[in-house]
Design a protein around this ligand. Structure first.
Ligand SMILES: [Zn+2]
Ligand SMILES: [Zn+2]
Length: 373
């Protein structure tokens, strides 16, 4: 058997931890490692470990024994009794009801008795919308609460108290995790947590309590929105599984269409501009239509190197933090023609020595002279 870790260390508290410290430490660790909820591989072992540590330290008598004797007590295993006989911690009291209701909603496919599920839709926009913060309108089918049964799913909205849970929506159960027995409160499976069941189904919604309905959504694109930005519309998600909960939320995820020549870097727009050799040497001016409706004039100075960048200030996208707009950044590149005519070749050959780097030519000549001597 592996060496047991110190109980105080397990809970991350000091030896003089108060009852409240212990409870707080246990609460946050239990939330993290609860096997029904945690995604970590060793969650169950971790959970057992912290549960055992808490069980011992929260019991004054056991804590005193542990402080005196550690894990190996005077009679071999002082805590054998609690390990074998089971240890009862009421997790709901410590963790609070919210913990359980949130994992009913999050972990299982059934929706929480309190709240309907969230809905995520994707919406494509172009870069101009990001610049101008356009207002959008969408017509989509969304689930809405059935009016005829008020979302209960029962004919004429009639329901009866669930016989399984007596209308509580929850049932208490004992659960064994390793050597530990714990009282857990589970959502009632007969009524899905609503505490109500139906006798005959509403004909409009076939008992589901909801109908698909064409819904018009209006929303504004936030200035400078990034690809993947999610806009939340509260209460526009799925209706709850039963009449007395609230709707989930609707999220609209923005997909920003690729621009033919701009790449985006936060508020800056980056583009590459291929130019001929002569343009790089002599300088030039390039005019492009721009997303803000005014032409973008790119002034390339004489003797610009391939790979240099030119910045055109404040013609990028709006900054999400602070104010103003980002820049347009132009990366200048040498354009290499695929075909070169004889005439061009001839002309370039005339220019060859003039365009070659001075220092190398002189070095080559020096070198040649040295060899001659
Ligand atoms: Zn029930
Ligand atoms: Zn209905």
């Amino acid at each position: 058997m592996s060496q047991k870790r110190d109980y105080y260390e397990v809970l991350g508290v000091t030896k003089d931890a108060t009852e409240k410290d212990l409870k707080n430490a246990f609460r946050s660790l239990a939330r993290k490692y609860h096997p029904d909820r945690s995604t970590e591989d060793d969650a169950e072992d971790k959970f057992k470990e912290i549960q055992e540590a808490y069980a011992v330290l929260s019991d004054t008598e056991k804590r005193q024994m542990y402080d005196r004797f550690g894990h190996d007590g005077p009679s071999g295993s002082p805590f054998g009794g609690f390990g074998g006989g089971g240890f009862n911690i009421n997790l709901e009291d410590i963790l609070g009801g919210d913990f359980f209701s949130s994992f009913f909603g999050g972990g299982s496919r059934r929706s929480s008795p309190r709240r309907g599920s969230d809905i995520l839709i994707r919406h494509s926009i172009n870069i101009e919308s990001v610049l101008n913060g356009t207002s959008e309108e969408l017509v989509i089918e969304l689930p809405v609460r059935c009016v005829d049964c008020n979302g209960t799913g029962g004919e004429n909205g009639e329901t009866q108290t669930c016989s399984e849970c007596g209308g509580q929506g929850r049932v208490r159960a004992r659960q064994q995790i390793g050597p530990f027995v714990q009282d857990v409160v589970r959502e009632c499976s007969s009524c899905g947590g609503s505490g109500r069941t139906i006798k005959s189904k509403c004909k409009t919604c076939s008992g589901s309590g909801r109908n698909q309905e064409e819904t018009k959504l209006r929303f504004n694109i936030p200035l400078g929105a990034e690809d993947g930005t999610r806009l939340r519309m509260r209460g526009k998600g799925e209706p709850p599984a039963n009449a007395n909960g609230e709707n989930g939320d609707l999220f609209i995820e923005l997909e920003i269409e690729q621009h033919p020549w701009f790449e985006r870097s936060n508020a800056d727009l980056i583009m590459s501009l291929p130019l001929g050799y002569s343009d790089l040497i002599l300088g030039t001016q390039v005019t492009l239509p721009h997303i803000d409706g005014e032409d973008l004039v790119i002034k390339v100075p004489a003797q610009t190197n391939s790979g240099e960048t030119l910045e055109i200030r404040k013609r990028g996208l709006p900054r999400t933090r602070g104010s103003g707009r980002g820049d347009v950044v132009v990366l200048v590149k040498l354009h290499m023609p695929k075909k070169i005519s004889k005439n061009v070749k001839k002309s370039l050959d005339v220019l060859r020595s003039d365009l070659a780097p001075d220092d190398i030519i002189s070095r080559v000549e020096e070198d040649a002279e040295q060899r001659r001597n």
